[in-house]
Ligand binder design. Structure first.
Ligand code: UGA
Length: 427
């Protein structure tokens, strides 16, 4: 079993660290944020991911998971250094490498000879090769081992992955990293570092383009009188298309797809390739988010009535099963509505305080309070609890019974039977 340093205690670092400890490795997770490390040491997880707090607690108890402040405190004894740091986008779509640079500055000199630096975060193609040149240590190998963790399902995705991708300059280095995952049953693909980095970006960009396509077909369904649920099921039976990732929504978002597709576009531009297909998919998604907001405006007879009314919103996180609001489609749709002068009261099971980025939006503590006196209800995140509420009560609470279901989580016939006007996506 290996001694592993995980640098960064965010979604990825905590999931990776706790899971590697669960596999039997000796893991130390480091973060620069002292308060966060203190919280973790006290057994409190500063974010929501299903099963994560239990897995952390189990491994802390078993003494194979520790938390420290500062990367060098974790790295000096480690054979592997997993970099799980934020890679936020710059304004031009390129990746801000500031967190990486400072962590590497810190650990560069303390890393044990022969240890391996593993890039787990999503990084632009060419980063591993650049870091290899930069670290100035011939005895350290830099490897790309991208994560394919979907928030809300991250632990399962780590322990039962569809594949393990390891990009390394030598077969021997790749084999040492592969050995860490020996107890996991999954295909292991060993590549050069650039290919591993491109696999990660291509996976996310491909999924994002798939969703753009589905959202476009949903719009077409509305125009020709077809139902996207049936169309998606019909195409999904074809194994070449696949039945997952075919649900239309308000537009895609989250901490990964927007950032990773912008970064891939930037990589293409830097390489002198005009990746028009991906660029168009990103633009179409932005238009789709606007179109979702327009659906809400369209249920009001006039802009004045829209501005005089109140809109209830259910769902703020970028998808169900997470507390993550980063690049949430809900927030983008709400911003479009606010621009048109909307008054909004929102409810989300994971959000209990006013959001600085949504000035003017009232936050309700339960879904019923959010709809009180509302002229329309918009569902923007697919939380399961939204489909099991008392719609008779909801109808009584609302001023006018109109529901715009941007996730198609409700049954149209049932909702209409309660006397609601129902607007779905692509139906
Ligand atoms: C995504 C990928 O799914 C992971 O494989 C990847 O590892 C991760 O990014 C990452 O790069 O770290 P995540 O961002 O957690 O995971 O979210 P997804 O579940 O992929 O959802 C992304 C967006 O697509 C959300 O806005 C979601 O609501 C939307 N979506 C997803 C749909 O609108 N319809 C669908 O059928 C599926």
């Amino acid at each position: 079993m290996a001694n592993i340093a995980v640098i960064g205690a965010g979604y990825v670092g905590l999931t990776v660290g706790a899971s590697l400890a669960h596999l039997g490795h000796d893991v130390t997770i480091a973060d620069i944020d002292e308060t966060k490390v203190e919280l973790l040491k006290a057994g409190k997880i500063p974010l929501f991911e299903i099963g994560l707090s239990e897995l952390v607690a189990d491994n802390v108890r078993n003494k194979n998971l520790k938390f420290v402040v500062g990367a060098s405190n974790a790295s000096s004894a480690a054979e592997f250094h997993f970099l799980c740091l934020p890679t936020p986008p710059n304004l031009d779509g390129s990746t801000d490498m500031g967190y990486f640079d400072s962590a590497i500055n810190e650990i560069e000199k303390v890393m044990k000879p022969g240890s391996i630096l593993v890039n787990k975060s999503t990084l632009p193609v060419g980063t591993a090769a650049r870091l290899q040149d930069r670290i100035n240590r011939n005895d350290i190998q830099v490897v790309s081992n991208p994560e394919f963790l979907s928030e809300g399902n991250a632990l399962h995705d780590f322990l039962h992955p569809s594949r393990i991708v390891i990009g390394a300059a030598s077969a021997e280095t790749a084999a040492r990293v592969a050995e860490l995952y020996a107890n996991i049953d999954a295909p292991v693909l060993i590549t050069d570092t650039a290919s591993a980095e491109l696999i990660k970006h291509t996976s996310n960009a491909f999924l994002a383009m798939k969703l753009t396509f589905v959202n476009e077909i949903a719009t077409l369904c509305e125009l020709v009188g077809a139902d996207i649920i049936d169309v998606a099921q019909g195409i999904g039976y074809d194994p070449r298309i696949g039945s997952s990732y075919l649900k239309p929504g308000p537009g895609w978002g989250g901490s990964c797809f927007p950032k990773d597709s912008a970064s891939l576009l930037q990589t293409a531009q830097n390489a002198g390739f005009d990746f028009e297909f991906l660029e168009k998919a990103i633009k179409l998604n932005q238009e789709h988010l606007k179109r979702t907001a327009q659906k809400v405006l369209d249920v009001f007879p006039s802009l004045k009535e829209f501005q005089d009314g109140t809109i209830a919103v259910w769902g703020l996180t970028f998808k169900a099963g997470t507390d993550d609001l980063r690049s949430s489609p809900s927030l983008v749709v709400i911003e479009h509505l606010l621009d048109k002068g909307a008054r909004i009261c929102a409810y989300d099971p994971m959000v209990h305080e006013l959001l600085p980025q949504l000035d003017g939006v009232t936050i309700a503590n339960d879904p019923y309070a959010a709809v009180e006196g509302a002229n329309a209800l918009v569902i923007l995140t697919e939380w399961e609890e939204f489909s099991t509420l008392n719609f008779e009560k909801i109808k009584k609470l609302m001023k006018s019974p109109t529901i715009i279901d941007a996730r198609n989580i409700l049954q149209r016939s049932e909702i209409e039977a309660y006397g609601f006007d129902y607007v779905g996506m692509g139906r």
